[in-house]
Design a protein around this ligand. Sequence first.
Ligand SMILES: [Zn+2]
Length: 281
Amino acid sequence: MNVEFFGVRGSMPSPGKHTLVFGGHTSCVRIKQSNGQQLILDAGTGIANLGNELLNSTQPIALLLTHNHWDHIQGFPFFKPIYQADRDITVVVGDVHDNESRAAVLDQMSGSQFPVDQHDLPANIMLNTTLAKQKEFTLNDFVIRTAPLNHPGGGTAYCVYADNCKVAYVTDNELSPPGTVSTTIDEWIEFVSGADLLIHDAQLIDEDLPLKHGWGHSTVNQVVNLAITANIKKLAFISHDPMRCDAELIAIENTLNAEFGDALTIECAREGQTILLDKEA
Ligand SMILES: [Zn+2]
């Protein structure tokens, strides 16, 4: 199984000299298993580049959305397969709190927000607003388990199983939020436990608190604690702050690996990066 990062930023795209190493596109990850089946996680602006590649195949597309915040859906109108006649595209919408916003990924394609209307798209787009409510389902030969995000507006985290591997994709998520908790820390430990790769939101550093407490993101230290407790060996941060420059992200990696490197490898995910998970069945 391999995991490719097409966008790793949170909040908003951040092109510029300060993001040349880690990239500026918002969240999009593609997981491919050995039989060729694929799954796309989130439709941030990174999905546009992935779409160009997928134009060359007729394979049905499966896209899992964690939630509907802009940085997770804003690439969808620029995902070229939606303009291919009869291309089958299944979109699983994260379990967000507001029923009215469940179709946001398509509703953003209206005359006022985007020039092409969703009803004029030639692809066969199937929006599924119920699958993410299930604890487990199967899509494109992947077994997928879910957990509710601790994030304003709600959403869904996914654990993806194939090729005898497990990848946990948890973003955007606040591990220690104020008020009501959708998923407790013990439940997160159980959810991600045994994952060959944990991809987790780590938009914040300790200095961002207390201002950003309750904004729905975790600190790098909170995520490392989760990973160590859950016996994770490979951890990738995602949803980097758009203002966090390359030098700062490299410093975070170096500091954490110096302290915790005996227990696990920690990296800030990079746009364009592929992580190969190779495990014998
Ligand atoms: Zn969000």
